[in-house]
Design a binder for this molecule. Structure first.
Ligand code: GLC
Ligand code: CA
Length: 546
Protein backbone atom coordinates (compact mmCIF):
# COMPACT_ATOMS: atom_id res chain seq x y z
CA UNK A 1 0.00 0.00 0.00
CA UNK A 2 1.32 3.43 -0.88
CA UNK A 3 2.33 5.55 2.11
CA UNK A 4 0.23 8.66 2.60
CA UNK A 5 2.72 11.54 2.17
CA UNK A 6 0.87 13.37 4.97
CA UNK A 7 1.38 10.46 7.42
CA UNK A 8 2.97 12.84 9.95
CA UNK A 9 -0.35 14.62 10.38
CA UNK A 10 -1.90 11.50 11.92
CA UNK A 11 1.16 10.20 13.72
CA UNK A 12 2.10 9.99 17.38
CA UNK A 13 5.81 10.66 17.92
CA UNK A 14 8.07 9.28 20.63
CA UNK A 15 11.23 11.14 21.55
CA UNK A 16 14.09 9.11 22.96
CA UNK A 17 17.76 9.34 23.81
CA UNK A 18 19.82 6.40 22.51
CA UNK A 19 22.27 6.90 25.39
CA UNK A 20 19.55 6.41 27.97
CA UNK A 21 17.23 3.89 26.38
CA UNK A 22 18.87 0.46 26.48
CA UNK A 23 22.46 -0.73 26.72
CA UNK A 24 23.13 -3.65 24.37
CA UNK A 25 26.83 -4.28 25.03
CA UNK A 26 26.99 -3.86 28.78
CA UNK A 27 29.24 -0.81 28.98
CA UNK A 28 26.73 1.31 30.90
CA UNK A 29 25.73 3.45 27.92
CA UNK A 30 22.64 3.00 25.78
CA UNK A 31 23.30 2.09 22.16
CA UNK A 32 21.65 1.08 18.89
CA UNK A 33 21.92 -2.64 19.61
CA UNK A 34 19.97 -2.09 22.84
CA UNK A 35 17.45 0.21 21.20
CA UNK A 36 16.85 -2.30 18.40
CA UNK A 37 16.05 -4.96 21.01
CA UNK A 38 13.41 -2.66 22.47
CA UNK A 39 11.60 -1.85 19.22
CA UNK A 40 8.87 -4.38 19.96
CA UNK A 41 8.07 -2.45 23.11
CA UNK A 42 7.69 0.78 21.12
CA UNK A 43 5.59 -0.83 18.42
CA UNK A 44 3.38 -2.41 21.07
CA UNK A 45 3.04 0.90 22.91
CA UNK A 46 1.35 2.23 19.80
CA UNK A 47 3.51 5.12 18.62
CA UNK A 48 4.18 5.78 14.94
CA UNK A 49 7.46 7.63 14.68
CA UNK A 50 10.63 7.81 16.77
CA UNK A 51 12.65 10.98 17.14
CA UNK A 52 16.21 10.29 18.24
CA UNK A 53 18.33 12.85 20.06
CA UNK A 54 21.75 13.55 18.47
CA UNK A 55 23.70 10.38 17.78
CA UNK A 56 26.80 11.60 15.94
CA UNK A 57 30.37 11.74 17.25
CA UNK A 58 30.58 14.49 19.82
CA UNK A 59 32.57 15.53 22.87
CA UNK A 60 29.16 15.36 24.61
CA UNK A 61 29.32 18.70 26.32
CA UNK A 62 25.74 19.37 25.25
CA UNK A 63 24.64 15.73 25.14
CA UNK A 64 25.48 15.45 21.46
CA UNK A 65 24.09 18.79 20.26
CA UNK A 66 27.78 19.65 19.90
CA UNK A 67 28.62 17.62 16.82
CA UNK A 68 32.18 16.83 15.78
CA UNK A 69 31.40 14.66 12.74
CA UNK A 70 28.07 14.86 10.92
CA UNK A 71 28.44 11.61 9.03
CA UNK A 72 29.05 9.17 11.81
CA UNK A 73 27.56 7.46 14.83
CA UNK A 74 28.96 8.33 18.23
CA UNK A 75 31.24 5.34 19.00
CA UNK A 76 29.57 4.68 22.35
CA UNK A 77 26.24 4.22 20.55
CA UNK A 78 27.55 1.74 17.99
CA UNK A 79 28.46 1.78 14.32
CA UNK A 80 26.79 3.01 11.19
CA UNK A 81 25.97 -0.63 10.53
CA UNK A 82 24.19 -0.86 13.90
CA UNK A 83 22.23 2.23 12.96
CA UNK A 84 21.31 0.74 9.59
CA UNK A 85 20.06 -2.42 11.30
CA UNK A 86 18.06 -0.35 13.76
CA UNK A 87 16.46 1.61 10.95
CA UNK A 88 15.54 -1.52 9.03
CA UNK A 89 14.04 -3.13 12.10
CA UNK A 90 12.09 0.03 12.96
CA UNK A 91 10.72 0.24 9.43
CA UNK A 92 9.86 -3.46 9.49
CA UNK A 93 7.59 -2.69 12.46
CA UNK A 94 5.96 0.23 10.70
CA UNK A 95 7.85 2.81 12.76
CA UNK A 96 9.24 5.90 11.07
CA UNK A 97 12.41 7.56 12.31
CA UNK A 98 13.39 11.20 12.56
CA UNK A 99 16.95 12.12 13.50
CA UNK A 100 18.43 15.43 14.58
CA UNK A 101 19.78 18.00 12.20
CA UNK A 102 21.87 20.38 14.29
CA UNK A 103 22.65 23.01 11.71
CA UNK A 104 23.06 26.26 13.61
CA UNK A 105 26.35 25.30 15.25
CA UNK A 106 29.02 22.64 15.56
CA UNK A 107 31.26 21.56 18.41
CA UNK A 108 34.45 23.57 18.75
CA UNK A 109 36.13 20.17 18.32
CA UNK A 110 34.76 19.82 14.79
CA UNK A 111 37.62 19.74 12.24
CA UNK A 112 35.94 22.65 10.41
CA UNK A 113 36.31 24.85 13.46
CA UNK A 114 39.81 23.58 14.16
CA UNK A 115 40.80 24.54 10.63
CA UNK A 116 38.90 27.82 10.81
CA UNK A 117 40.55 28.99 14.00
CA UNK A 118 44.04 27.99 12.85
CA UNK A 119 44.46 30.80 10.35
CA UNK A 120 42.73 33.85 8.95
CA UNK A 121 43.44 32.60 5.46
CA UNK A 122 42.06 29.11 6.01
CA UNK A 123 39.30 28.35 3.50
CA UNK A 124 37.23 27.27 6.50
CA UNK A 125 37.65 30.58 8.32
CA UNK A 126 34.50 32.00 6.81
CA UNK A 127 32.45 28.94 7.81
CA UNK A 128 32.00 30.56 11.23
CA UNK A 129 31.15 34.08 12.40
CA UNK A 130 34.20 36.06 13.57
CA UNK A 131 34.83 39.53 14.88
CA UNK A 132 37.71 41.55 16.29
CA UNK A 133 35.43 42.88 19.02
CA UNK A 134 32.60 41.49 21.10
CA UNK A 135 30.40 44.48 20.28
CA UNK A 136 28.60 43.20 17.19
CA UNK A 137 24.86 42.47 17.18
CA UNK A 138 24.25 44.22 20.51
CA UNK A 139 21.10 43.38 22.42
CA UNK A 140 20.73 39.86 21.07
CA UNK A 141 19.41 37.82 23.98
CA UNK A 142 21.39 35.07 25.64
CA UNK A 143 19.59 31.75 25.63
CA UNK A 144 21.68 29.74 28.10
CA UNK A 145 21.67 32.55 30.63
CA UNK A 146 22.70 30.35 33.55
CA UNK A 147 26.02 29.52 31.89
CA UNK A 148 26.86 32.15 29.24
CA UNK A 149 27.47 35.85 29.64
CA UNK A 150 27.86 36.84 25.99
CA UNK A 151 27.11 35.51 22.52
CA UNK A 152 30.73 36.25 21.64
CA UNK A 153 33.68 34.24 22.95
CA UNK A 154 37.34 35.08 22.51
CA UNK A 155 39.31 32.36 20.78
CA UNK A 156 43.01 32.72 21.63
CA UNK A 157 43.99 30.42 18.77
CA UNK A 158 42.08 32.43 16.17
CA UNK A 159 42.89 35.77 17.76
CA UNK A 160 39.26 36.79 17.23
CA UNK A 161 35.87 36.46 18.85
CA UNK A 162 33.41 33.92 17.48
CA UNK A 163 29.62 34.07 17.60
CA UNK A 164 27.51 31.45 19.40
CA UNK A 165 23.85 31.45 20.43
CA UNK A 166 24.25 28.48 22.78
CA UNK A 167 27.24 27.19 24.78
CA UNK A 168 30.59 28.87 24.14
CA UNK A 169 31.89 25.52 22.88
CA UNK A 170 29.25 25.60 20.11
CA UNK A 171 30.36 28.13 17.45
CA UNK A 172 27.59 29.17 15.05
CA UNK A 173 28.06 28.27 11.40
CA UNK A 174 27.99 31.13 8.89
CA UNK A 175 25.00 30.64 6.60
CA UNK A 176 25.95 33.58 4.44
CA UNK A 177 28.58 31.26 3.07
CA UNK A 178 27.11 29.12 0.25
CA UNK A 179 29.63 26.35 0.96
CA UNK A 180 28.12 25.87 4.40
CA UNK A 181 24.63 25.58 2.96
CA UNK A 182 25.79 23.07 0.34
CA UNK A 183 27.58 21.00 2.94
CA UNK A 184 24.51 20.87 5.19
CA UNK A 185 22.47 19.66 2.25
CA UNK A 186 25.06 16.94 1.53
CA UNK A 187 24.83 15.88 5.18
CA UNK A 188 21.06 15.70 4.95
CA UNK A 189 21.32 13.57 1.85
CA UNK A 190 23.75 11.25 3.57
CA UNK A 191 21.16 10.34 6.23
CA UNK A 192 18.20 10.41 3.86
CA UNK A 193 19.98 7.93 1.62
CA UNK A 194 20.42 5.66 4.62
CA UNK A 195 16.65 5.79 4.96
CA UNK A 196 15.76 8.21 7.73
CA UNK A 197 12.27 9.62 7.26
CA UNK A 198 13.17 13.18 8.12
CA UNK A 199 14.75 15.51 10.61
CA UNK A 200 13.91 17.42 13.71
CA UNK A 201 15.82 20.56 12.80
CA UNK A 202 17.48 22.11 15.83
CA UNK A 203 17.40 25.80 16.71
CA UNK A 204 16.27 27.10 13.32
CA UNK A 205 15.56 30.76 14.17
CA UNK A 206 19.22 31.62 14.64
CA UNK A 207 20.89 30.69 11.34
CA UNK A 208 21.79 34.21 10.19
CA UNK A 209 22.83 37.44 11.85
CA UNK A 210 22.16 41.01 10.78
CA UNK A 211 23.25 44.20 12.53
CA UNK A 212 20.39 46.11 14.16
CA UNK A 213 18.11 43.07 14.50
CA UNK A 214 17.40 40.46 17.16
CA UNK A 215 19.16 38.00 14.82
CA UNK A 216 16.11 35.75 15.16
CA UNK A 217 13.60 34.64 12.49
CA UNK A 218 15.31 36.81 9.86
CA UNK A 219 13.99 36.69 6.27
CA UNK A 220 17.48 35.55 5.22
CA UNK A 221 17.17 32.56 7.57
CA UNK A 222 13.84 31.62 6.00
CA UNK A 223 15.46 31.83 2.58
CA UNK A 224 18.10 29.29 3.54
CA UNK A 225 15.50 26.98 5.03
CA UNK A 226 13.28 27.18 1.96
CA UNK A 227 16.30 26.45 -0.18
CA UNK A 228 17.00 23.29 1.84
CA UNK A 229 13.37 22.24 1.50
CA UNK A 230 13.54 22.77 -2.22
CA UNK A 231 16.57 20.52 -2.48
CA UNK A 232 14.72 17.96 -0.36
CA UNK A 233 11.65 17.96 -2.60
CA UNK A 234 13.74 17.74 -5.76
CA UNK A 235 15.63 14.73 -4.44
CA UNK A 236 12.82 13.00 -2.51
CA UNK A 237 9.48 14.40 -3.65
CA UNK A 238 6.83 14.04 -0.91
CA UNK A 239 8.87 11.45 0.96
CA UNK A 240 10.64 13.12 3.85
CA UNK A 241 9.62 15.37 6.72
CA UNK A 242 11.19 18.45 8.27
CA UNK A 243 10.18 19.46 11.80
CA UNK A 244 11.26 22.84 13.15
CA UNK A 245 12.38 23.63 16.65
CA UNK A 246 11.51 27.32 16.78
CA UNK A 247 10.73 28.33 20.33
CA UNK A 248 8.69 31.39 19.35
CA UNK A 249 5.19 32.88 19.51
CA UNK A 250 2.69 31.27 17.11
CA UNK A 251 2.73 34.29 14.78
CA UNK A 252 6.54 34.05 14.55
CA UNK A 253 6.46 30.31 13.95
CA UNK A 254 3.86 30.62 11.21
CA UNK A 255 6.45 31.84 8.63
CA UNK A 256 8.39 28.58 9.09
CA UNK A 257 5.52 26.87 7.28
CA UNK A 258 5.66 29.55 4.57
CA UNK A 259 3.38 28.46 1.72
CA UNK A 260 3.82 24.83 2.64
CA UNK A 261 7.31 25.03 1.14
CA UNK A 262 9.49 25.41 4.23
CA UNK A 263 8.77 23.06 7.16
CA UNK A 264 6.18 20.30 7.28
CA UNK A 265 5.93 20.57 11.03
CA UNK A 266 6.88 22.92 13.86
CA UNK A 267 6.54 22.53 17.59
CA UNK A 268 3.91 24.59 19.35
CA UNK A 269 6.01 25.92 22.24
CA UNK A 270 3.58 28.43 23.82
CA UNK A 271 0.78 25.90 24.25
CA UNK A 272 2.86 23.67 26.50
CA UNK A 273 3.25 25.89 29.62
CA UNK A 274 -0.36 26.99 29.22
CA UNK A 275 -1.61 23.46 29.65
CA UNK A 276 0.16 23.41 33.01
CA UNK A 277 -1.14 26.88 33.84
CA UNK A 278 -4.71 25.97 33.01
CA UNK A 279 -4.47 22.97 35.29
CA UNK A 280 -3.10 24.98 38.18
CA UNK A 281 -5.55 27.86 37.73
CA UNK A 282 -8.38 25.40 37.13
CA UNK A 283 -9.35 27.60 34.22
CA UNK A 284 -9.44 26.88 30.48
CA UNK A 285 -8.55 30.44 29.52
CA UNK A 286 -4.77 30.12 28.91
CA UNK A 287 -5.29 27.20 26.53
CA UNK A 288 -8.20 28.70 24.64
CA UNK A 289 -6.43 32.05 24.28
CA UNK A 290 -3.21 30.67 22.85
CA UNK A 291 -5.00 28.31 20.49
CA UNK A 292 -7.19 31.12 19.20
CA UNK A 293 -4.07 33.22 18.72
CA UNK A 294 -2.56 30.42 16.63
CA UNK A 295 -2.78 31.17 12.91
CA UNK A 296 -4.02 28.60 10.43
CA UNK A 297 -1.29 26.71 8.62
CA UNK A 298 -1.18 25.44 5.02
CA UNK A 299 -2.89 22.10 4.43
CA UNK A 300 0.23 19.89 4.32
CA UNK A 301 1.58 21.44 7.53
CA UNK A 302 1.13 20.39 11.11
CA UNK A 303 1.84 21.53 14.66
CA UNK A 304 3.85 19.27 16.94
CA UNK A 305 2.37 19.21 20.45
CA UNK A 306 4.23 18.12 23.57
CA UNK A 307 4.08 18.22 27.33
CA UNK A 308 7.72 17.53 28.07
CA UNK A 309 10.94 16.90 26.21
CA UNK A 310 14.68 16.49 26.84
CA UNK A 311 15.14 20.18 27.72
CA UNK A 312 13.89 22.23 30.62
CA UNK A 313 10.17 23.03 30.47
CA UNK A 314 10.79 26.33 28.78
CA UNK A 315 9.04 29.45 30.01
CA UNK A 316 10.31 31.72 27.26
CA UNK A 317 6.88 31.98 25.65
CA UNK A 318 5.00 33.39 28.67
CA UNK A 319 4.85 36.83 30.29
CA UNK A 320 7.05 37.68 33.29
CA UNK A 321 4.05 37.38 35.60
CA UNK A 322 3.09 34.02 34.16
CA UNK A 323 6.68 32.79 34.50
CA UNK A 324 6.77 33.75 38.18
CA UNK A 325 3.47 31.97 38.62
CA UNK A 326 4.80 28.83 36.94
CA UNK A 327 8.01 28.91 38.97
CA UNK A 328 6.08 29.41 42.21
CA UNK A 329 3.66 26.63 41.46
CA UNK A 330 5.81 24.08 39.66
CA UNK A 331 9.39 24.74 40.80
CA UNK A 332 9.33 25.58 44.48
CA UNK A 333 12.75 23.97 44.82
CA UNK A 334 15.23 26.41 43.23
CA UNK A 335 17.25 23.41 42.03
CA UNK A 336 14.37 22.61 39.70
CA UNK A 337 14.91 25.88 37.79
CA UNK A 338 17.23 26.18 34.83
CA UNK A 339 17.65 29.15 32.49
CA UNK A 340 14.07 30.33 31.86
CA UNK A 341 12.52 27.03 32.71
CA UNK A 342 11.92 24.03 34.93
CA UNK A 343 13.95 20.84 34.63
CA UNK A 344 11.43 18.27 35.70
CA UNK A 345 9.63 15.35 34.12
CA UNK A 346 5.89 15.24 33.65
CA UNK A 347 4.85 13.07 36.57
CA UNK A 348 6.87 14.83 39.30
CA UNK A 349 5.67 18.18 37.91
CA UNK A 350 2.14 16.96 38.51
CA UNK A 351 3.09 15.78 41.99
CA UNK A 352 2.69 12.18 40.98
CA UNK A 353 -1.07 12.71 40.60
CA UNK A 354 -2.17 9.94 38.28
CA UNK A 355 -5.40 11.76 37.40
CA UNK A 356 -3.55 14.85 36.23
CA UNK A 357 -1.04 12.78 34.27
CA UNK A 358 -3.90 11.04 32.49
CA UNK A 359 -5.74 14.28 31.86
CA UNK A 360 -2.74 16.11 30.39
CA UNK A 361 -2.02 13.16 28.10
CA UNK A 362 -5.67 13.03 27.05
CA UNK A 363 -5.42 16.71 26.13
CA UNK A 364 -2.13 16.21 24.31
CA UNK A 365 -3.62 13.43 22.21
CA UNK A 366 -6.87 15.18 21.35
CA UNK A 367 -5.89 18.78 20.66
CA UNK A 368 -5.13 19.81 17.11
CA UNK A 369 -1.67 18.65 16.04
CA UNK A 370 0.61 15.64 16.23
CA UNK A 371 1.52 14.62 19.80
CA UNK A 372 5.06 13.94 20.98
CA UNK A 373 5.67 11.71 23.98
CA UNK A 374 8.95 11.76 25.86
CA UNK A 375 10.52 8.42 26.71
CA UNK A 376 9.76 7.22 30.23
CA UNK A 377 6.77 9.51 30.68
CA UNK A 378 4.50 6.65 29.60
CA UNK A 379 5.41 4.88 32.84
CA UNK A 380 5.52 8.06 34.93
CA UNK A 381 9.29 8.17 35.40
CA UNK A 382 10.76 10.64 37.85
CA UNK A 383 13.78 12.91 37.49
CA UNK A 384 16.90 13.84 39.40
CA UNK A 385 17.32 17.60 39.73
CA UNK A 386 20.63 17.23 41.51
CA UNK A 387 22.29 16.19 38.23
CA UNK A 388 23.72 19.15 36.29
CA UNK A 389 22.21 20.94 33.31
CA UNK A 390 19.26 18.95 31.89
CA UNK A 391 20.68 15.51 32.72
CA UNK A 392 18.10 14.95 35.43
CA UNK A 393 15.37 14.38 32.83
CA UNK A 394 17.58 12.11 30.71
CA UNK A 395 18.29 9.26 33.14
CA UNK A 396 18.24 5.59 32.06
CA UNK A 397 14.92 4.09 31.04
CA UNK A 398 13.43 1.96 33.80
CA UNK A 399 12.68 -1.41 32.22
CA UNK A 400 12.39 -3.51 35.35
CA UNK A 401 12.83 -3.59 39.10
CA UNK A 402 15.89 -5.81 38.66
CA UNK A 403 19.60 -5.15 38.25
CA UNK A 404 20.23 -1.63 36.90
CA UNK A 405 16.54 -1.35 36.11
CA UNK A 406 17.10 -3.74 33.22
CA UNK A 407 18.85 -0.90 31.39
CA UNK A 408 22.36 -2.34 31.45
CA UNK A 409 24.37 -5.29 32.72
CA UNK A 410 27.37 -3.06 33.49
CA UNK A 411 28.70 -2.39 36.96
CA UNK A 412 26.24 0.06 38.44
CA UNK A 413 29.07 2.56 38.94
CA UNK A 414 29.63 2.63 35.19
CA UNK A 415 26.16 3.73 34.14
CA UNK A 416 26.39 6.99 32.20
CA UNK A 417 23.93 8.54 34.65
CA UNK A 418 22.57 7.28 37.94
CA UNK A 419 19.21 5.54 37.90
CA UNK A 420 16.36 7.34 39.58
CA UNK A 421 16.23 5.61 42.92
CA UNK A 422 14.08 7.74 45.21
CA UNK A 423 11.22 6.09 47.08
CA UNK A 424 8.48 7.65 44.92
CA UNK A 425 9.87 7.19 41.40
CA UNK A 426 12.77 4.78 41.79
CA UNK A 427 13.03 1.88 39.37
CA UNK A 428 11.95 -0.73 41.93
CA UNK A 429 8.49 0.89 41.87
CA UNK A 430 8.29 2.62 38.48
CA UNK A 431 9.24 0.29 35.65
CA UNK A 432 7.95 -1.25 32.43
CA UNK A 433 7.96 -4.86 33.62
CA UNK A 434 5.74 -4.21 36.63
CA UNK A 435 3.37 -1.97 34.70
CA UNK A 436 3.07 -4.50 31.89
CA UNK A 437 1.51 -6.89 34.35
CA UNK A 438 -1.28 -4.62 35.45
CA UNK A 439 -4.28 -3.42 33.50
CA UNK A 440 -4.57 -0.46 35.81
CA UNK A 441 -1.00 0.82 35.40
CA UNK A 442 -0.18 4.13 33.75
CA UNK A 443 1.46 2.18 30.93
CA UNK A 444 -1.77 0.25 30.34
CA UNK A 445 -3.70 3.52 30.34
CA UNK A 446 -1.30 5.08 27.83
CA UNK A 447 -1.64 2.09 25.53
CA UNK A 448 -5.43 2.37 25.65
CA UNK A 449 -5.24 6.09 24.99
CA UNK A 450 -2.92 5.53 22.04
CA UNK A 451 -5.11 2.76 20.68
CA UNK A 452 -8.24 4.89 20.75
CA UNK A 453 -6.39 7.80 19.24
CA UNK A 454 -5.10 5.62 16.45
CA UNK A 455 -8.66 4.58 15.62
CA UNK A 456 -9.45 8.26 15.16
CA UNK A 457 -6.00 9.33 13.98
CA UNK A 458 -7.19 11.31 10.96
CA UNK A 459 -9.86 13.12 12.90
CA UNK A 460 -7.54 14.11 15.75
CA UNK A 461 -4.63 14.90 13.45
CA UNK A 462 -6.47 16.78 10.72
CA UNK A 463 -9.95 17.66 11.93
CA UNK A 464 -11.13 21.13 12.82
CA UNK A 465 -11.24 22.21 16.46
CA UNK A 466 -13.95 24.42 17.90
CA UNK A 467 -13.92 25.45 21.55
CA UNK A 468 -17.22 25.49 23.44
CA UNK A 469 -17.79 28.22 26.01
CA UNK A 470 -19.74 26.73 28.91
CA UNK A 471 -20.32 29.00 31.89
CA UNK A 472 -18.23 26.66 34.02
CA UNK A 473 -14.72 27.84 33.10
CA UNK A 474 -13.14 24.89 34.91
CA UNK A 475 -14.26 22.78 31.99
CA UNK A 476 -12.32 22.79 28.74
CA UNK A 477 -14.48 21.39 25.95
CA UNK A 478 -14.00 21.25 22.21
CA UNK A 479 -15.49 19.67 19.14
CA UNK A 480 -13.19 17.91 16.68
CA UNK A 481 -14.65 17.29 13.27
CA UNK A 482 -13.53 15.78 9.99
CA UNK A 483 -15.61 14.79 6.99
CA UNK A 484 -18.79 14.20 8.96
CA UNK A 485 -17.06 12.48 11.88
CA UNK A 486 -17.45 14.36 15.17
CA UNK A 487 -15.76 13.86 18.54
CA UNK A 488 -16.61 15.97 21.56
CA UNK A 489 -13.82 16.29 24.12
CA UNK A 490 -14.80 17.45 27.61
CA UNK A 491 -12.20 17.83 30.35
CA UNK A 492 -12.36 18.88 33.97
CA UNK A 493 -9.30 20.97 34.82
CA UNK A 494 -10.11 21.03 38.50
CA UNK A 495 -9.54 18.75 41.45
CA UNK A 496 -13.23 18.84 42.39
CA UNK A 497 -16.13 17.17 40.60
CA UNK A 498 -17.85 19.50 38.11
CA UNK A 499 -21.13 19.75 36.27
CA UNK A 500 -21.29 21.53 32.94
CA UNK A 501 -24.01 22.59 30.53
CA UNK A 502 -22.88 22.48 26.92
CA UNK A 503 -24.64 24.26 24.05
CA UNK A 504 -24.48 21.63 21.35
CA UNK A 505 -27.10 23.23 19.09
CA UNK A 506 -26.23 21.81 15.67
CA UNK A 507 -25.42 18.38 17.12
CA UNK A 508 -29.04 17.88 18.13
CA UNK A 509 -30.24 14.33 17.66
CA UNK A 510 -26.81 12.72 18.00
CA UNK A 511 -25.97 10.00 20.48
CA UNK A 512 -22.60 10.45 22.23
CA UNK A 513 -20.62 7.20 22.42
CA UNK A 514 -17.82 7.14 24.97
CA UNK A 515 -14.75 6.04 23.06
CA UNK A 516 -12.97 4.01 25.77
CA UNK A 517 -15.82 1.88 27.02
CA UNK A 518 -18.32 2.20 24.19
CA UNK A 519 -21.19 3.29 26.48
CA UNK A 520 -24.01 5.31 25.00
CA UNK A 521 -24.85 8.65 26.58
CA UNK A 522 -28.27 10.35 26.43
CA UNK A 523 -29.21 11.76 23.05
CA UNK A 524 -28.43 15.42 22.44
CA UNK A 525 -31.60 17.52 22.40
CA UNK A 526 -32.21 21.21 21.81
CA UNK A 527 -31.68 21.85 25.55
CA UNK A 528 -28.17 22.38 26.98
CA UNK A 529 -26.37 19.07 27.34
CA UNK A 530 -25.54 18.36 30.98
CA UNK A 531 -22.48 16.35 31.91
CA UNK A 532 -20.85 15.66 35.25
CA UNK A 533 -17.14 15.05 35.50
CA UNK A 534 -15.00 13.47 38.21
CA UNK A 535 -12.01 15.49 39.49
CA UNK A 536 -9.58 15.84 36.54
CA UNK A 537 -11.97 13.63 34.57
CA UNK A 538 -12.36 13.70 30.82
CA UNK A 539 -14.56 12.28 28.07
CA UNK A 540 -13.90 11.58 24.43
CA UNK A 541 -17.41 11.24 22.99
CA UNK A 542 -18.04 10.30 19.41
CA UNK A 543 -21.32 11.73 18.15
CA UNK A 544 -23.29 9.23 16.15
CA UNK A 545 -26.59 9.74 14.41
CA UNK A 546 -28.19 6.38 15.12
C1 GLC B 1 18.14 22.83 21.18
C2 GLC B 1 18.14 21.52 21.92
C3 GLC B 1 18.93 21.65 23.20
C4 GLC B 1 20.33 22.10 22.87
C5 GLC B 1 20.31 23.38 22.03
C6 GLC B 1 21.67 23.71 21.49
O1 GLC B 1 17.46 23.81 21.86
O2 GLC B 1 16.82 21.10 22.17
O3 GLC B 1 18.96 20.45 23.92
O4 GLC B 1 21.07 22.30 24.04
O5 GLC B 1 19.45 23.24 20.91
O6 GLC B 1 22.03 22.80 20.50
CA1 CA C 1 26.46 0.31 25.41
Amino acid sequence: MAVDPLWYKDAVFYELHVRSFADGNGDGIGDFVGLTQRLDYLADLGVDCLWLLPMSPSPQRDDGYDIADYRGIHPQYGTLEDFRTFLQEAHARGLKVLTELVLNHTSDQHPWFQEARASRTSPRRDWYVWSDTDQGYPGVRIIFRDTERSNWTWDPVAGQYFWHRFFSHQPDLNYDNPEVREEIWRIMRFWLELGVDGFRVDAVPYLLEREGTSCENLPETHQVLRWLRQRLEEAYPHQKVLLAEANMWPEDVRPYFANGDEFHMAFHFPLMPRLFMALRLEDRKPVVEIMERTPAVPEPCQWGLFLRNHDELTLEMVTDIERDYMWDEYAKDPLARLNLGIRRRLTPLLEGDRRRVELTNALLLSLRGSPFLYYGDEIGMGDNISLGDRHGVRTPMQWSGGYNAGFSSADTDRLHAPLVANPLYGYPVVNVAAQSQSDSSLLAFMKRLLRVRRQKARLFGRGTLRFLRPANHRVLAYVRELEGEVVLVVTNLSGAAQAVELELGELEGAIPVELFGGSLFPRVSHAPYVLTLAPYGFYWLELRWL
